[in-house]
Ligand binder design. Structure first.
Ligand code: GZL
Ligand code: ZN
Length: 343
């Protein structure tokens, strides 16, 4: 009997030793596949993880940009997408820093409107290496490696430039212009896709009108203030020599209109003015007879962006280039159109 009890005692102590050792061993980490759920979630179906979208905006330089930002923010909320939004303050380095922070935060998808066409390859390669898809909106990048972005959603700026010149060609006589027309051009931000392409499109159509000449062309950086400054300098040097102002966006045209009035000339009559965007301020100027035509460039890209972000993350095929469709608004249509305008 003694032996028996000794054997049992030995067995029990061995059992004790093993069970103590077991609890001292580090617990195996929760296996990667079952993410640890908070208790609250345990008794409900796992909540669908929200898509996190990082967006790096150009800045806040124009009415167009303000409307574009509003569209992105409103549509993200509607789509249930968590938006991390950074204002690039019109500086490429701020946009690049924002994209790097999105990568560090491991967002699901990155989108941005590149201020200028070049200088993005390095940061886009970092996003690609991190496995984060990139969507371009509004403006394009010039890159040799198209795999660096999934798609580009935005206007055809060359076509916008063609439309501006074609409208001038079709209406020049009615506006009292002769064969020979002296054109002054307010360019958008130097190096940006819209500035490069709107110039290209306008000059392509100019080939049909040998009497047309772009006498001076200078950037107003898409802002009212700079558009006004440049126009003031032209009115000093060329006051009686300006037949037409071609502005790459309405904000610069509206600044130039102020300068033209301050110089004692009548905008829309003494100087014919054509611009691009078709923002509300342009419609008001057209109704006042100060602007002759605005070619539409829609900033309302938010809904398309959110849908594309969802499609990309769902692994659906996405077009490499999505062109927004747009129209042309001569002054005569402005009063009727203004109530329909969303930006
Ligand atoms: C065009 C956009 C341009 C607008 C300007 O898609 O990039 O930038 O024409 C804006 O008003 O500043
Ligand atoms: Zn280009």
């Amino acid at each position: 009997m003694k032996k028996m009890s000794r054997a049992i005692a030995l067995f029990v102590s061995l059992l004790l030793v093993f069970s103590l050792a077991a609890c001292a061993k580090p617990q195996p980490a929760a296996t990667q596949t079952e993410p640890t759920q908070s208790t609250a979630a345990e008794n409900t179906a796992p909540a669908e993880k929200k898509i996190v979208l990082g967006f790096a905006q150009v800045g806040a330089e124009s009415e167009w940009r303000t409307a574009n930002t509003k569209s992105i923010q409103e549509e993200a909320a509607k789509a249930g997408i968590e938006l991390k939004f950074v204002d690039g303050q019109q500086k490429q380095e701020v946009q690049i820093k924002a994209i790097r922070s999105f990568i560090a935060q491991k967002v699901d998808v990155i989108a941005f409107s590149p201020k200028v066409e070049t200088g993005w390859d390095t940061v886009l390669q970092e996003a690609k290496a991190a496995g984060i898809p990139v969507i371009l909106t509004d403006r394009a990048v010039d890159t040799k490696d198209e795999s660096l972005y999934v798609t580009f959603i935005g206007s055809d700026f060359v076509e916008e430039g063609r439309r501006a010149a074609n409208w001038l060609g079709e209406n020049a006589a009615r506006l009292g212009l002769k064969e020979n027309i002296n054109i002054f051009e307010l360019q958008g931000t130097v190096g940006s896709a819209p500035a490069i392409d709107r110039k290209t499109g306008f000059e392509e159509v100019m080939k049909k009108y040998p009497g047309w000449k772009i006498v001076k062309s200078q950037t107003g950086n898409f802002t009212r203030a700079e558009g006004k400054q440049v126009m003031e300098s032209w009115l000093k040097s060329d006051k009686d020599n300006i037949d037409v102002l071609y502005a790459h966006n309405d904000d610069m045209a509206l600044g130039a209109i102020q300068a033209i009035e301050e110089a004692g000339l009548v905008p829309g009559k003494d100087i014919i003015i054509i611009s691009i965007d078709a923002v509300k301020g342009a419609f008001e100027a057209m109704i006042a007879g100060k602007l002759n035509c605005s070619v539409e460039c829609s900033p309302l890209l938010g809904a398309q962006l959110m849908q594309i972000a969802k499609d990309v993350l769902a692994g659906k095929p996405v077009e490499k280039r999505i062109v927004t469709n747009e129209g042309v608004f001569p002054a005569e249509t402005a009063a009727k159109e203004l109530p329909n305008r969303q930006y």
